[in-house]
Design a binder for this molecule. Sequence first.
Ligand code: FES
Ligand SMILES: [Fe+2]
Length: 327
Amino acid sequence: MNDERSTTNAPLPFPSGWFRIAYSDELLPGQVRALHYFDRDFVLFRTATSKLHLFDAHCPHLGAHLGYGGKVNDETIQCPFHGWRFNGEGQCVEIPYACKVLPKVQIQSWQVREVNGTILMYYHPDRKPPDWEIPLLPEYTCKDWIPFKRRRWQVRTNPQEIAENGVDTAHSPFLHRQTFVSLKSQSIEIDGAILVHQLLPIYNLSFAAGLLGKENLGSLEISYYGLGCQVSRACIETVIELDFLAIFMLTPIEEKLLEIDLIFSMRKIFSKTLTKLFAPKILMQKIGRDLEQDISIWENKIYCDRPTLCESEGAIMKYRRWSQQFY
Ligand code: FES
Ligand SMILES: [Fe+2]
């Protein structure tokens, strides 16, 4: 990166990795969706036997978008323009008005996975295959946890900046002072595309003072699965133990436009009423508000390639060195 990058808002390239593109319940067998991510058009469809496929959107015949009017026909998708059919590998298997198919006609397909109620694609600019996976989270299937809840934002930034927020501990007690009294980085463990950051937070619980006490020691672990998926597990130890799960899924739409999905759950507490009270309170007001406090910073900041950091901010450079593998 050159000097110009450190003083301008030049866009960062799209990182490679797994990125959320839909939720499982948004696509039933036989359904087709048009998608636009990474500045590209895609078509996502689920066949009669529930297999998922993601293709480049445009038909190699005369360019129709398969996501607008394309139909699933058994295990194939049929173009809405002249009816050519393509199998799960993207190969043309039927041209309705010709006796022979053209053997080399193929639409490019992308790797997809379905895990934790989400549908993810593997993006690589050179279409290299994935060499790591997003794991199944135990909280997704565990009956002790409430069903996952979701919220979405569109922000003019990129995944690099948002993921950096979790290792930038110094900003939390300042910008998010209603949530954190203090936040310290304890350790960072790296295993290929996965980075696990252990933190020592003191939470500000003034929102529930009286019930929980004003400040509280707890734990916070943020696991990064590439730059598209961040899983935060937080525990507040008080009269009752509160365990939360907040998954941030970051998918670039264009160079400077990012979709941020927050998926939230918490371990059920003994009282149903208390569980109901805390879930929307924490989700809607605290996590959402913290993220919204960052938005105007993200949308207006520049990417400082060589930042001026204090001694206690070493986690930022560790994170940056790890993130280089995705470019
Ligand atoms: S454009 Fe798709 S079949 Fe003609
Ligand atoms: Fe933040």
